[in-house]
Design a protein around this ligand. Sequence first.
Ligand code: GAL
Ligand code: ZN
Length: 674
Amino acid sequence: MRIGVCYFPEHWPRERWKTDVAQMAEAGLEYVRMAEFSWAVLEPERGEFEFEWLDEAVDLIGEYGMQAVLCTPTATPPKWLVDERPEILQAEPDGTVREHGSRRHYCFNSAAYREETDRIVSKLAERYADDPHVAGWQTDNEFGCHRTVRCYCDDCADAFREWLAETYGSIEALNEAWGNTFWSQRYASFEAVDPPGPTAAEHHPSRLLDYARFSSDSVVDYNRLQVDLLREANPDWFVTHNFMGRFPTLDAYAVSEDLDLVSWDSYPTGFVQDRLEGEPTPDQLRAGDPDQLGMDHDLYRSALDRPFWVMEQQPGDVNWPPHCPQPGEGAMRLWAHHASAHGADAVLYFRWRRCLEGQEQYHAGLRKQDGSPDRGYEDAIRAAAELADVGEADHVDASVALLFDYDNLWALDEQPHAPDFDYWSLLDAFYGACRARGVQVDVVHPTTALSGYDAVVAPALHLVTDGLAKRLTDYVETGGELLFGPRTGVKDEYNKLRPAPQPGPLADLVGATVDQHESLPSQVETRVCRVDGDETYAFRTWSEWLEADAATPLFEYDTDGIEAGRTAAVENGVREGRVVYCGVWPGADLADALVAPLLERAGVPSCDRLPEGLRVGERGDYTWVTNFSSDRFAIEPDEDVEWLVGERTVDAYDVAVADGRIVDGLSVERLDSR
Ligand code: GAL
Ligand code: ZN
């Protein structure tokens, strides 16, 4: 596990570079990422290339024993290029052009921009092909950031029509697959189909789903163009891309197929404000949420398996969330350890020094604006030293898989059927229950081979094909433990209902069908109880009335309403395995009541339910304990253990690393709250 930093030498006088790079090396940093927004510096005028500055920076980094990670500069096409070829710009759904002056203003489907990309990437790749100090490349920067995956320009309209023609073959097949008889939406030709622009009422859900798929595929293609050029120049380089936290519009699995390593950008105190349900707690504002970050780590780690990096790690306060609190004392060190616990092989802080100009002046760096060390610098030094002491850890070997995919996300986002129905938040309920038991989780695409997992959790497998149903049935029949959440098996791959009750092709496996579903606001009482016991549990937002067939009812509605006594969850033994279908969105206690027995049946080692904010994670022969709260805890493993970092008492925002796997039977005591 290595520590690094993102650096913009082009923002600083050359005389300063040596000092900067020396300080990086002194801190124990090993990777320096550069150049992602530097096109206008690399090519100030068409054909006038100025690469010497980057040569010098790379050399200096090499001199100090570090490695450079270079980026293609395509996230920011320069003004001369925009003026020459304005057709590269993106358009909003209403046709408004996204202008130069910020970033990410180019269209992925612009033939002109693909030409220009080819030109600049080839030049750069050639220039550094034999440079021993360049370890690898990042393509572009955060594809799709600022809502730019979906574009509505003329090039995209043409490309969409081609994509549809390729996907469906004939317009009759498209009309049939989408169901275009509804509201007179039949098309006579592919040329007649437009991107979904502004309309009076909502769009057809099948058309929206295909626009989402097409848009994501356009980025996959565009990325591949860059990857091919880089690989051709030097096949030994790794090629990566830096994805974003909980990012909805780009299929990271699909992009990752073309990469050698997957990385992502982690900003914990921002993410709890702009992409987590509810108001953040004071602790979350200081340190973020371990499970929100954990799920992203696990998703990007699982997208390709090893290696996996955090390409940008929050270094201190940042500029873009609604509020910008100072992270808790030691939080920047905590995040690096937490990433390591989830399998990261490198963490690079963004950025080296607070910059004096431009849009991000309110964003901290490891060094302050005057160049002196900032809070994150001390944390980075400590993390680098501690992680070097821990040494090589094997890759995370998770025995539980959580099924997640973007098609389900897009389909559910289009028809949430309740203002608070959010696919990620539903995933959080199930994922959080696993993590609270100390269990490592792979977040995988439903088509992944599942036989290596002891248990599989599928929170809302909304779109299900016959092929997928068969694979899941095989998994259970051969001994798998499978837990489904609500809204599973609702539609086919075109986002259309079937002439069969939910869960469609999964009905035999589940041994039950859904008679009715409803979504409910928070003022309605929502409770279930065990069929064979007295415990009651809260649920929220979504419920289904199940009709058990071969299955055994597990939970029933425990309220006075029309749902009283109806079945809410069932369990079905199928040959060697077992499947549980939960028809409600479980609260934390219900999620635990479903997950804990699942883990036990599957033989997955787990611990007592952990307090919120405290998480443990096993990786190789080590166990990380990470405390995202301001409380102090005593960790009580079943057996004595040596602590490589910290000790069994873990302070606010603190870390401990044990030499051994200690989750099985572990318990935790809260010592005091601040
Ligand atoms: C990331 C981006 C960086 C920088 C950073 C600020 O999303 O990749 O370039 O803008 O956010 O937190
Ligand atoms: Zn476009």
